[in-house]
Design a binder for this molecule. Sequence first.
Ligand SMILES: [Zn+2]
Length: 354
Amino acid sequence: MSKVYDRVEWGFLRSVMAKMGFPLRWMELVHDCISTSTLGFIINGKVLGEVVPSRGLRQGCPLSPYLFLLCADSLSCLIRNSKKNGNLLGFRCSKGSPLVSHLFFADDSLLFCKATVGSCEEIGRVLNVYEKGSGQMVNLQKSNITFSPNVTQGMRANIQAMAYRVRSGYRLAMKERILEACSDPSIDQRWWTRLSNLNIPPKVKKFIWKCCYNVVHSLSNLYVRKVAGSILCQRCQKGAESVAHAVWWCDKADLVWCKTAFWGRLRRFKGLRCYEVLRDLAEGLKKEELEAVYMVMWGVWLDRNEDLHSGRCRPAAALVDWVVGLLKEFRRPEGPYSLPLWLLRLLRYGFRWM
Ligand SMILES: [Zn+2]
């Protein structure tokens, strides 16, 4: 299980206690103990802000391990129930010894079953019920299957394929996430200095920074956190929606970039990772051009959100005009030039790159 304490649902804990026959007064006392905590953030050495949690147990509180045991016991009950119904057969150490179906130690769990597809499906079902009810989550990165030497190669392959189907969606999203994130500190420093010197609104800078570190809420990223059910792009249905896909390669994004002078250049970057494209753009473009590209990226992302949440999006040309207008507004107090026309021309008819 992953992050067991943080994920305990209070309502679930209360139901477990009720089922176990704790009196109401006890349940209320326990609820008061766990629900009166607040969380603060230490930023630059100072405690700032206050968050009131709605689930989870306090780390370090002497009561927490016992409350967690109550939660874990419900998983034990589910498994015992399956065993009783004959859906899950345990494992015998020797002839005549009792059947062992599971061993738990803190948040580590060992489950034993007969190597049949039916048993594996039953384990999957039990874990699913437990995850949904308790808020707990199996840590797939740390999970493993081991077979006894008697299990045939054919059966091993069958069971592994089953487990793979469950994990593959997750792995794909995980791989996407790791590859997408910037990991080269030297690129990072140069690129960051360049970004901070640009004359664009801070919210756009922040968005670009988030793209570089792959912390934008694209479907791939949300899928990894189990917030989204699929990584398939909802706008074009043509592939996983990574950050790069959403802002550059999606058909809908492409329509917008067509209206700018950067379309040809961007096409040459197709297939590169998000931070690689950002790095190459930063090294190949003049300051004003880079500002325009970042503004359009931000605009495309906003439009994507609008499209997904309310089904509305701006026509491509209107979107480009809109971000140019925003940039113009942003620069107004400082720039003596009539930037809008100049920038509009650059964006829409601009320099030839090819
Ligand atoms: Zn798409």
